[in-house]
Design a protein around this ligand. Structure first.
Ligand SMILES: [Zn+2]
Length: 295
């Protein structure tokens, strides 16, 4: 009897240690961390380099990040130069790790940056594109850990259905805003994909991308043009974004005589225990704010 018990206990210990022989994945952004978690569950340890509220464009890795990546079995980046100076790619290359680009296979939109036409990296802002991220992540996890393939495929299937439901819900919410009022003005250029998918005109004032804000590079002439265009478009509200200093947009709103529609999640999800702590939560809260502000 005692012998049987011992055997059971040692079997339990064995299976416990097998379960916890986990792989580690290092990801760059909070939204990629959430998408990865929805495929990986607790089968893989996921570590995000960025914390909620941090700006991927201007981030510089710290020694702790080098350690995180060196312990990882796989590294996932957004790509399309979201990570300024390709810091995630550099971390992965320096540590000799396999790098997966979550936006692989997407057809990027073009945006203007410092007078140059570049690929727009903010691709996660449509559920359709989030599905591309998810499929790339799922393929990479299966390759890393084929023993758990069933779990990864099953979780991905459920989450893809959630993304499809999210898209339908966004369409129905946005349909309550009269088409002529669908103008989305914010202090950063993160919403082009969203705007295009859901019939908004998106004008992030040109020259206000993160880099120019840091450099304080908005000229008085440009500022006046922006205020005039906001007045002409007859928008009810303009928005600011969580990863960006809101001072400029407050001043512009005041001078243009429009209200602030609130803070939208852009390059980062919200803190833990906030409604924006997941990808779907972030999208939901943004849409509700936009609908309330513009209707
Ligand atoms: Zn951005």
């Amino acid at each position: 009897m005692i012998r049987l018990k011992l055997l059971t206990i040692s079997l339990l210990i064995l299976s416990y240690s097998v379960c916890f022989a986990e792989f580690r994945v290092a990801v760059s952004t909070t939204q990629i961390a959430d998408l990865t978690y929805n495929v990986a569950g607790d089968d893989i340890i996921i570590q995000s380099i960025l914390s909620p509220g941090q700006d991927p464009h201007t981030y510089s890795p710290v020694p702790k990040d080098i350690e995180t990546v060196s312990k990882a079995d796989l590294v996932i980046e957004n790509g399309l130069h979201l990570e300024g100076k390709n810091w995630m790619r550099t971390l992965a290359n320096d540590a000799g790790k396999t790098l997966v680009t979550a936006t692989s296979g997407l057809r990027p939109l073009i945006m203007e940056k410092d007078g140059m036409k570049v690929n727009d990296p903010h691709a996660w802002f449509t559920p359709q594109n989030a599905a591309v991220y998810l499929n790339n992540i799922t393929r990479a996890l299966i390759k890393l850990d084929p023993a758990n393939k069933h779990n990864y495929v099953a979780r991905a299937k459920l989450y893809l259905a959630n993304l499809k439901a999210l898209d339908g819900w966004i369409r129905s919410e946005v349909s309550t805003i009269p088409p002529e009022k669908r103008v989305l003005v914010s202090n950063h250029d993160a919403f082009q994909y969203f705007a295009k998918a859901y019939g908004f005109i998106n004008t992030a004032p040109i020259g206000w991308s993160t880099g120019s804000e840091v450099g304080g590079g908005v000229t008085p002439k440009r500022r006046e043009e922006v205020i005039n265009s906001i007045k002409q478009m007859n928008v009810k509200a303009i928005f600011f974004e969580t990863t960006i200093n809101p001072k400029l947009i407050r001043e512009i709103a005041k001078d243009a005589g429009v209200k602030i529609g609130g803070e939208l999640y852009s390059d980062s999800m919200g803190d833990v225990d906030t409604p924006g702590e997941t990808y779907i939560g972030m999208m939901r809260e943004n849409v509700l704010k936009i609908v309330k502000g513009l209707k």
